[in-house]
Design a protein around this ligand. Structure first.
Ligand code: NAD
Length: 217
């Protein structure tokens, strides 16, 4: 059985809606912790600086509709969002590149709340291989294929230098990985059936610096 989020459910959902879901979830968990049981869309919208109609539309994708004048049951909504995001079940993930960023991601406890757990890291540097990162072992990359098969891992994170990222992605794909989250600042290519997501703080930084320069200089 593959331990990756079920994508069938979220086909056809606008990407901005998907991107807002973690914000709703984090907000609702904080609200729940204060003992609030019910909340309305306008209240959520006001707290998160969103449009109330947008909030209602977004949350409707989870299959939950708010009641007039009462709103949503907070607990029910949290569960519905978690189901919708496919994070009620933990997806086990491998990470390649156990340097500064890779080690930080491995050690980051917060991923569990969003449905992933890094269960092994891989590297080629003998000084890094064999390390233990808060209980997560760093193996030589040679071990990736066998471990991925044995542990049914189909989700891989890339945190190697950009010059090595394409090669690592190609290997991951040939070893059965179906989803890649690439942190290296390079535009890697994968076959159409592979899920690929790039994340870059540099891209956001470029926007900030460009806006600073154009607006205030
Ligand atoms: P680092 O040098 O500390 O770590 C890179 C690790 O990758 C090293 O341990 C190295 O041995 C390993 N490595 C190199 N080639 C490899 C290969 N072929 N197979 C397996 N392992 C290999 O670098 P870092 O600071 O952790 O950055 C890692 C990557 O993340 C870089 O591409 C960097 O630009 C990027 N980065 C991205 C973001 C972001 O927001 N996406 C933020 C910071 C860094």
């Amino acid at each position: 059985m593959e331990n990756i989020v079920e994508h069938k459910k979220i086909i056809g959902v606008p990407e901005p809606t998907l991107r807002r879901m973690p914000m709703y979830l984090s907000y609702l968990k904080a609200i729940e912790a204060t003992g609030i049981r019910q909340i309305s869309a306008p209240h959520i919208a006001a707290d998160l600086n969103f449009d109330p109609t947008q909030v209602t539309k977004d949350l409707a994708y989870t299959g939950i509709k708010g009641k007039t004048r009462i709103g949503y049951e907070v607990q029910t909504l949290i569960k519905a969002i978690e189901d919708f995001m496919g994070i009620n079940k933990i997806n086990e993930v491998f990470i390649v590149g156990a340097g500064n960023l890779g080690a930080a991601l491995v050690k980051y406890e917060g991923f569990k709340e969003y449905g992933i757990k890094v269960v092994a890291a891989f590297d080629i540097n003998p000084e890094v291989v064999g390390k233990d990162l808060n209980g997560v072992p760093v193996f030589h990359l040679d071990k990736f294929r066998d471990l991925a098969r044995r542990m049914h891992v189909v989700f891989g994170i890339i945190t190697v230098p950009p010059s090595a990222a394409q090669q690592v992605a190609d290997m991951m794909v040939s070893w059965g990985i179906k989803a890649i989250w690439n942190f290296a600042p390079t535009n890697i290519k994968v076959p159409d059936d592979i899920i690929l997501q790039h994340t870059s703080i540099y891209a956001n930084l470029a926007l900030i610096i460009n806006k600073l320069q154009t607006k205030y200089k």
